[in-house]
Write a protein that binds this ligand. Sequence first.
Ligand code: KG4
Ligand code: ZN
Length: 336
Amino acid sequence: MEKKYILSIESSCDETSAAVVVDGREVLSNVIASQIDTHKKFGGVVPEVASRMHIEVISGVVEEALEEANVTLDQIDAIGVTYGPGLVGALLVGLQYAKGLAFATKKPLIGVNHIEGHICANYIQHKDLKPPFVSLVVSGGHTFIVHVKDYGEYEVIGQTRDDAAGEAYDKVARALGLGYPGGPKIDKLSKEGNPNAIEFPRAKFQEETLDFSFSGVKSAVLNYLNKCKMQNVEVNAADVAASFQKAVVDVLTENVLLTCKKRKVNKIAIAGGVASNSSLRENLIKVAGKKGIDVLFPDMILCTDNAAMIGSAAYYNFMNGKENNLSLNAKPNLKL
Ligand code: KG4
Ligand code: ZN
């Protein structure tokens, strides 16, 4: 079969990205313009600023992706774009651009769910990976356990009821004065701390569920820090970071392993920004390995937001005959 070239665009949060991906697995280019340095000053992503910055760079990013891949628009078979979930103003920039391109070139438009994109990053990294497997998607905005039954066929098994895992990392990092984004900073600082120094709570629900809650552990850390301040006790930031991280990683590991057992699946593919966390990777490999379960994860650059993962997901949608027309709208709360 002739190879399929997808031009993909991602702008759901604070990265403007465009990529050219062949047959869902081979990345010819993956250009990422990150706004992190700007948002750092505000301690988090400011939606209006994000939209404006996407507008400023999107044309250049798409042109660069084509140039780097050494392909022309004529050679592209379809245009893939994230249409949700995410910040509505940010999503609209990439989506409108993709729709304009699809209209002008008469190429098919393929809307992609951002969460699906994160999962598909594993197809790029692991060329032999095929469904079924269990995916743990952990990022700044999302925490999902998904049973990937086939290409494009997903069942959500568990999700967060409040904060996303990455969001908890970012908030705890802010309280410790570590800056934004907090995940990588806590990850690094934790290596110097004792994960058993402080017992932070792990959320448990009464009913049988694999859902998560991270606002409890986040509040427990904030209360601990306040108490230390009031009692004039010096805080060991590395111990707090390591203990918080352990509480989060323990729950993520436990629920994803329970899912594998329930669904009789022996492959886990982690995805999203928090999937680059070293403790999560090590712990999962260790615990799952004892049960004969394989743990896969993408390189760091494919874990955080990028358009190559959207190109991979768009390819499988395209193969499944899923195309959209130009009335496709941004869906900030799009479900998987
Ligand atoms: O997937 P992503 O780039 O954006 C969203 O779709 O949300 O994820 C960003 C999130 C941030 O919350 C960041 O703090 C977290 O991923 N993160 C990490 C690490 N690297 C990034 N969290 C824990 N450990 C890390 N090493
Ligand atoms: Zn993301």
